[in-house]
Design a binder for this molecule. Structure first.
Ligand code: F0G
Length: 354
């Protein structure tokens, strides 16, 4: 079996690589496309997920970050900076460490999932918490990063979208063509824009067709759905708690060109999908990712997604990113037992009889 060498090598001809671009990789990309048999049968559709939680830092950000950090290094930057709801920070911290760069991450205080904080800390990033939300943090770093030494690695950096578009290539290769519908959570709106670019480029090169994009925002953080900036976005899905997406216009163009839709899902719907996905399919994704699954369920029920439709939902981040929410919402709690074979045996027999 050939070893996977990462995105920059795998898709070099589709990416802005030069002789000077350093080889950088943590083995990102090549994530599984998994068919969800139980939910497909229950909902009457053909549902796959693209499991981006299998990336090296547990989210899709690694696809864009490997490209952005390689280009920052090539350009002579010594520091990378980003605003983040957590995953961008974790990814920047990892790739920055690998490329021997100073990494500064600016995050909304008290709103970052524990796993993401643990990652940024371990990779050695300088972590700055602000009294404000993601939109405030992004405005700050955008102003401060306009120099040769400091590279901004948020998705307003075009190299981020270049790297992230490779997920669309992989889906076309895994399915043999583009799916009918691509369901995707939307926060800062970079990823949906990157997917559309990827599908178009791959279709141009290999006639794999184009999907309809179905984007999903959390109801309390749904600026594109309502067509207005949300000053105080709120949702349990902290990854997508964003009120003024930087790639708003690009996302609207992608939605229109693909004949797609942008829709919202409530926190209750997100959490129900989060639990259902893990308990029925063995797939654990963080709440922000599950906005896509909640959205598919809602649109199947409303008829917006037709029976038998082929849908790929993007699970953007690993469930382990946010252990606090998982433990809060799960009904399963450990039972305290004495160290006794009889006690365990009695329990097993009783439970089986129920
Ligand atoms: N899903 C997860 C798990 C995310 O972390 C994000 C964004 C999104 C979806 C939305 O993607 O912003 O391209 O529309 N997280 C950013 C961060 C904002 O800082 O980690 P998007």
């Amino acid at each position: 079996m050939n070893q996977w060498k990462g995105l920059l090598e795998q898709y070099s001809s589709y990416l802005p690589m030069t002789e000077q671009t350093p080889a950088l990789s943590l083995g990102e990309g090549n994530t599984p496309l998994i068919r969800l048999d139980t939910l497909s049968a229950e909902w009457g559709i053909q549902l796959h997920i693209k499991y981006e939680g299998a990336n090296p830092t547990g989210s899709f950000k690694d696809r864009g970050m490997v490209m952005a950090v390689a280009k920052a290094k090539e350009a002579g930057a010594t520091t990378i900076i980003c605003a983040s709801t957590g995953n961008t920070a974790a990814s920047a911290a990892a790739y920055g460490a690998r490329a021997n760069l100073r990494v500064v991450v600016v995050m909304p205080k008290g709103k970052i999932a524990q796993g993401k904080l643990a990652q940024a800390a371990m990779y050695g990033a300088e972590m700055i918490e602000i009294e404000g939300n993601f939109d405030h943090a992004l405005a700050l770093v955008r102003e401060l990063s306009e120099s040769k030494e400091i590279a901004l690695v948020n998705s307003v950096n075009p190299y981020r979208l270049e790297g992230q578009k490779t997920a669309a290539f992989e889906i076309c290769q895994q399915l043999g063509k583009a799916p009918e519908i691509l369901a995707i959570p939307v926060g800062n709106a970079g990823n949906i824009s990157a997917y559309w670019k990827g599908f178009k480029e791959f279709n141009h090169a290999s006639q794999t067709g184009l999907p309809q994009l179905h984007g999903f925002q959390a109801a309390g953080a749904a600026p594109i759905v309502h067509n207005k900036v949300i000053d105080f976005p709120e949702t349990i899905a902290s990854a997508i708690r964003i009120g003024n997406p930087a790639s708003w216009e690009k996302a609207v163009v992608a939605l229109n060109e693909s004949n797609g839709v942008i829709d919202k899902v409530s926190d209750e719907e997100i959490l129900a999908a989060y639990k259902e996905l893990a308990s029925k399919e063995g797939v654990f994704a963080e709440p922000g990712s599950c906005a896509a699954i909640a959205g598919v369920k809602k649109q199947v029920q409303s008829g917006k997604i037709k029976q038998k439709a082929q849908v790929v939902a993007i699970l953007t981040g690993n469930g382990l990113k946010d252990p606090t929410t998982a433990l809060d919402v799960s009904n399963v709690k450990p039972l305290a037992f004495e160290l006794s074979k009889e006690a365990l045996h009695t329990y097993l027999v009783q439970q089986e009889a129920l």
